[in-house]
Design a protein around this ligand. Structure first.
Ligand SMILES: [Zn+2]
Ligand SMILES: [Zn+2]
Length: 187
């Protein structure tokens, strides 16, 4: 289906020491691409230092451009993957050849991320909407995969620890901004 309808690209340039993103998504799915763009351009820079800080050094290590291949779902069910050097797709390889530099690549399954609920009780207690969870999920899964790309030797456990904490911090930021409520379960 994706192949038949083709794909569209969207270049996202943020200020600061972060890579340029080239979002590649199935034609007609602007909404998911725009949501990711908003998260990257507006939410990430607005987060308090204690939340975004752990990713700052990692982002500086990435190539100047990272291609984010967005699918509705991944066949394996994963929400995302990083693509180690040498396993990139045609778009990324062509771009790297044209630029004469390294181009990174990850993929994200946006419909899988939309359904993802890592912390259902906290979401319920705070009244977090699906839209907020989708926004936080896109950003968290992307940063998770970018960390794998930046630090190939980091274990899944380490990378997962950072992104789980980050997800909670983003939800806290979004929920508080939208409803004034706290995100999480207080005991
Ligand atoms: Zn997978
Ligand atoms: Zn991982």
């Amino acid at each position: 289906m994706e192949r038949a309808r083709g794909r569209e690209q969207r270049l996202v340039r943020a200020v600061g020491e972060v890579p340029l993103l080239l979002l590649s998504y199935p034609r007609g799915h602007h909404e998911a691409a725009k949501e990711l763009e908003r998260a990257w351009l507006h939410t990430l820079p607005a987060l308090p230092e204690e939340s975004a800080g752990p990713y700052r050094a990692m982002l500086r290590l990435l190539p100047t451009i990272v291609v984010v291949v967005m699918h509705r779902e991944n066949v394996c069910g994963c929400l995302g993957h990083h693509h180690p050097a040498g396993t990139e797709g045609r778009l990324t390889r062509r771009l790297a050849a044209e630029l004469g530099s390294t181009v990174g690549e990850i993929d994200l399954a946006f419909e899988g991320i939309r359904r993802w609920e890592p912390n259902p009780l906290a979401a319920l207690a705070s009244g977090a909407t699906e839209a907020l969870r989708f926004h936080a999920g896109l950003l968290s899964v992307m940063l998770h995969e970018l960390e794998h790309l930046a630090y190939p030797d980091h274990t899944e456990r380490e990378v997962r620890g950072t992104s789980d904490t980050f997800y909670g911090a983003v939800m806290q930021y979004l929920v508080h901004g939208e409803t004034g409520m706290e995100y999480g379960i207080r005991s």
